[in-house]
Design a protein around this ligand. Sequence first.
Ligand SMILES: NC(=O)c1ccc[n+]([C@@H]2O[C@H](COP(=O)([O-])OP(=O)(O)OC[C@H]3O[C@@H](n4cnc5c(N)ncnc54)[C@H](OP(=O)(O)O)[C@@H]3O)[C@@H](O)[C@H]2O)c1
Length: 232
Amino acid sequence: MATALAARGERAVLSYAGRTEAPRAQAIPTRIGGFGGVEGLADHMRSEGVTHLVDATHPFAARISANAIAAAEMEGVPILALTRPEWVDGPGDRWIRVTDTEQAVAALGADPVRIFLALGRQTIGDFASAPQHFYLLRFVDAAEPTLPHHHLVVDRGPFTLAGELALLRDHRIQMLVAKNAGGSGARAKLDAARELGLPVVMIDRPFIPPRPQVSSVAAVLDWLDHGVVRGV
Ligand SMILES: NC(=O)c1ccc[n+]([C@@H]2O[C@H](COP(=O)([O-])OP(=O)(O)OC[C@H]3O[C@@H](n4cnc5c(N)ncnc54)[C@H](OP(=O)(O)O)[C@@H]3O)[C@@H](O)[C@H]2O)c1
């Protein structure tokens, strides 16, 4: 999205929450840090003369998405979400669908298993209540996870099927836990799990109030040009 906006010479700013230590370089200016809730975001948009708001956050970033809807309404600024379509299970998949991390912990069972916990740093603390399992973690930045029995890999996607198969085999993984992020960059672990016949505890997306939504950069550009949502 940022590359496409830069190519068109749009005046655009990419906003980061500040979770990643060294984000990738971008073709448009960036800012880092929260706004201080709905009022803060609304003030920011007013003072910067923002005319369009694109919510391109991760589908699990429910708070900022709800704030963006409310702030856009307050300021009368049109808003569009750019979201990856959800993953759906197919033949050969062994998904256990849950609604949150608490349910995911319960789905692991009482007996110790070796788990690839494909979640960000923010939610892994919930798994400390099931210390009998081994947890393989993969973060963008090095960190000191609070889980007792773990191995941390520092890497960032996109990941390949061959790479994910090797990772799961090397660590003798028996089960995966993932958020339904959607998209292609993080999909390979699910294909690898299917190939190895491993169960996947899949955490469903959180509720986000209804808003116009597309899944392609082209559809966002079309919306900027014509003010209507035509494609997805
Ligand atoms: N949740 C995930 O699983 C996940 C996974 C991968 C990447 N991410 C990314 O990590 C970031 C934070 O995610 P989260 O789940 O912590 O979000 P969240 O719970 O929805 O938001 C928490 C707070 O972080 C600030 N914030 C979030 N996104 C921001 C942005 N793009 N620009 C400025 N401030 C932002 C806001 O602070 P104020 O209220 O002070 O404005 C917001 O209230 C997002 O950019 C998201 O796309 C999240």
